[in-house]
Ligand binder design. Structure first.
Ligand code: CO
Length: 154
């Protein structure tokens, strides 16, 4: 396992529409492991493959309820709308208010090549929408209603 370099806004890979993953193999599992390590080390709650330079439709998420790995995720339902603050490991020290669906249903493949469905609300719904946007080359700063700079605490 290793900590990967996180691409920052301006990097071309963050603007790509990422490629679907074929059958999950050892290489992809190793990438997911490294992405989770990198996310936890950076105190993030989500990380998408393009953020570590990989043009692939895969994300890892942990909003405090355990690690979720989503391969080829697709949002199948959106309900309601909510505006809340977001940040991104690829856009350090910038935060912004983003309007998202309040509730989403998402379908995705697991590392065991099983297709699963999940219904999410609150922070998890927001995080899923943010990470899936990365797979289509969209950063939260592209869609935020307002942005502000906040120096790191600590
Ligand atoms: Co992000």
């Amino acid at each position: 396992m290793s900590i990967l370099k996180i691409e920052k806004a301006g990097s071309p890979v963050l603007k790509k529409v990422c490629q679907p993953v074929g059958r999950v193999d050892g290489r992809l599992k190793a990438l997911l492991d490294d992405m989770a390590d990198t996310m936890y080390k950076s105190n993030g709650i989500g990380l998408a493959a393009p953020q570590v330079g990989k043009d692939l439709r895969a994300v890892v998420i942990d909003v405090g309820d355990g690690l979720l790995e989503m391969i080829n995720p697709v949002i199948t339902e959106r309900e309601g709308s909510e505006v809340d603050s977001e940040g991104c490991l690829s856009v350090p020290e910038i935060f912004g208010d983003v309007e998202r669906a309040a509730c989403v249903s998402v379908e995705y493949t697991t590392r065991f090549n099983k297709r699963k469905k999940l219904r999410a609300e609150k922070l998890l719904a927001r995080c899923i929408q943010h990470e899936l946007d990365h797979l289509d080359g969209v950063l939260f700063i592209d869609i935020a209603k307002s942005l502000r700079r906040e120096e790191k605490e600590e």
